[in-house]
Design a protein around this ligand. Sequence first.
Ligand SMILES: [Zn+2]
Length: 233
Amino acid sequence: MLHRTLREEAYVTNRQLGTSGLVDLTFGNVSIFDPGVGVFAIKPSGVPYAELTPGKMVLVDLEGRVLEGKLRPSVDMPTYRRLFQAFTGVRAVVHTHSRYATSFAQAGRPLPCFGTTHADYFDGAVPVTRPLTKTEIAEAYEWNTGNVIVETLQGRDPLAIPAVLVWRHGSFAWGSSGANAIETALALEIAAHLAFQTLALVPQRGEIEPELLNRHFQRKHGSGATYGQDAKH
Ligand SMILES: [Zn+2]
């Protein structure tokens, strides 16, 4: 069996997503990418999380060819393919319709950074994609979803803004591992919930002060990051 570890990580992470509270019904999945060989493992389409096994994961290459797996890959496969092609350093992508993040996506509003919870994970507002055109919806819809995400993040470091809201749809979040991408998807949902309540309390609330944003984001992600423990601990 090719890429046993890739299948294993995709299985573990999809099971984790199923119990994360981020998913209603089956609106969500995770894909794990091995940039060394240009292959990713993806959830099979329509299979409940509790029925997943490592062997049911589907292996796909960057051309969209199924290399291994008897089941059809998730319909979101072309979107993942586009993101893995474009985002260097990204090894895992999570897609969900988590409720608060999706509320902002449906409203067509970027998720503003109102506080340090958000700033610990995202270096500013989480953007929302433009609406797809009628042609983009009719032809290669999932691939074009990937295209507008890449277009929205153009000129930004995808690891500094590791999530996006997709117009009227949901969210994609990513990271350096399956566990990291799930954590980012959870942080996105928490930040969206907090932002929703902040706007209910103070509709005109402005975004966080840049110095506070920088302090928090850099403390966790900058070259001189001081958060957490060194590997030797
Ligand atoms: Zn979706």
